[in-house]
Design a binder for this molecule. Structure first.
Ligand SMILES: [Zn+2]
Length: 69
C-alpha cells in the first residue's frame, strides 16, 4: 500500500466512528471538484466507514484542472 500519495492530506485528525464506537484517525478523500469548491469525505482509517464530509470554497483545484487540459 502506498503511504503517501493518497493519504497525505490530513486536516481533521480524528472523528468518532459509529462502527468502531470510538474516535478514530480519519483520512480525507476528495469526492468532487466543482467550480465553486471541493467536496471531501472523511472515512475511518480502521474500517473505512464514512464518518463525515466537508465542502470548501477553494476553486483553485478546479482552475488547475482547467489549466491542465
Ligand atoms: Zn471505524
Amino acid at each position: 500500500m502506498s503511504r503517501r500519495s493518497q493519504f497525505d492530506q490530513f486536516e481533521v485528525s480524528e472523528l468518532f466512528c459509529p462502527r468502531c464506537r470510538a474516535a478514530r484517525p480519519v483520512r480525507r478523500q476528495l469526492l468532487l471538484v466543482l467550480p465553486t469548491g471541493n467536496k471531501y469525505e472523511y472515512r475511518c482509517s480502521a474500517c473505512g466507514t464514512p464518518v463525515g464530509s466537508k465542502d470548501d470554497n477553494d476553486a483553485s483545484e478546479f482552475q488547475s484542472i482547467l489549466r491542465r487540459t
